[in-house]
Write a protein that binds this ligand. Structure first.
Ligand code: SF4
Ligand code: SF4
Length: 355
């Protein structure tokens, strides 16, 4: 893995190729891209010591939520207002740390690690869903985070043959044309983020509806409108809209999962849909426990319950959250679970010694 001081030069050499990779990934199934990036995240971060790197804490200023401010200020003996005055400044994105490197960065890494801001816990976002819409940000992060840089290199190796063919097809790579596309997509991403941040699902439906009208052939736009109907609690409409898409793309997990979101939200189960291809649905039972056991067996270091949950996300549709998974793991003596304050994020699990 590259050390942070080598990253700027290394990134300069691969930047153009990384943008091409992004074009290639956009043509793959979003769910598959999520699976691969999430798996690589586990692999890469199991070998990296963030406290010895801390490059993100030196190069990026985190934006804090009100909950972060309350938690951190109370732990360090300040009122929220005192904390804001001392450490934060407002900009278009919200309240962010005033300076770089972050003043909470100590000699051995983050001095407020256990109660650090949510965004610091989630950075660099490679273990989350919907990686496809974050690709622009992730590429920018290749020059900051050695792990993200490595994940991109491993994606290239994973898709070695297909990506080589894709590059051959792009006989002339024009920065001009591509630049226009990038701007458009970045704007799209920004608009979407705003709807998500404000939980303005009606606005999201309208926005995505207009995109489908403009690009009626784009499958991704079609599915994402269905997803917006679900978020806006228009479940019947979502099913009516998504089912023909499922018939056309019966194996697509995004469509399958949005249909499941809709039927479950209506208090029904999966039999309400006449599936062309049955989705994999995971429930809190022995199957899930065995999958967790398979994943954790042979691993020397414990994993957070959140990590295990993300691993399961690659296996199918989950009908439970990470904290419910933790309770299930606690009930099985094959696992040893250390429960933390923030539940799944800082609770660790491993296979018990005698197993
Ligand atoms: S709060 Fe901690 S983890 Fe977040 S940027 Fe500052 S030092 Fe890094
Ligand atoms: S998240 Fe990336 S940049 Fe931040 S400390 Fe870990 S490896 Fe370094």
């Amino acid at each position: 893995m590259l050390s942070p001081d080598k990253l700027t030069n290394a990134f300069a050499k691969v930047e153009e190729e990384n943008w091409l990779l992004r074009g290639f990934l956009k043509e793959q199934s979003p769910n598959q891209v999520d699976k691969i990036v999430n798996r690589l995240h586990q692999e890469v971060f199991s070998k990296i010591d963030c406290s010895a790197c801390s490059n993100c804490c030196k190069k990026i200023v985190p934006i804090l939520e009100e909950k972060d401010i309350q938690r951190i200020s109370s732990k360090i003996g300040l009122t929220s207002d005192e904390y804001k005055d001392k450490f934060l400044v407002a900009d278009d994105d919200g309240l962010g740390i005033k300076e770089k490197p972050c003043p909470h960065l100590g000699e051995n890494g983050c001095s407020i690690y256990e109660y650090r801001p949510r965004i610091c816990r989630e950075y660099p976002f490679t273990d989350q869903k919907r990686t496809g819409v974050r690709l622009i940000n992730l590429i920018e992060n290749c020059s900051v985070c050695p792990a993200v840089f490595e994940i991109f290199e491993r994606i290239k190796r994973y898709y070695k043959v297909e990506f080589a063919e894709f590059k051959d097809e792009q006989q002339i790579f024009s920065w001009g044309g591509e630049g226009d596309d990038l701007c458009e997509e970045f704007e799209e991403w920004e608009v979407e983020s705003e709807f998500f941040d404000k939980e303005d699902w009606a606005g999201l439906v309208q926005y995505r509806y207009s995109r489908v009208k403009d690009y009626p052939e784009q499958f991704e736009y079609q599915w994402s409108l269905g997803e917006a109907y679900v978020l806006n609690k228009e479940y019947e409409k979502a099913i009516f809209y998504l089912y023909p898409l499922h018939k056309k793309h019966p194996e697509d997990p995004n469509v399958q999962h949005s249909l499941l979101d809709a039927v479950f939200a209506m208090g029904k189960d999966e039999t309400a849909i006449n599936w062309i291809v049955q989705p994999t649905i995971l429930r809190l039972n022995a199957v899930v426990l065995n999958l967790c056991y398979r994943f954790l067996k042979g691993k020397r270091k414990p994993r957070t319950v959140e990590d295990v949950y993300l691993e399961l996300l690659c296996e199918g549709y989950l009908t439970f959250d990470a904290n419910q998974l933790m309770m299930l793991l606690l009930s099985d003596n094959r696992f040893s679970v250390t429960v933390g304050n923030e539940k799944s994020y800082d609770s660790y699990v491993k296979v018990s010694k005698n197993r």
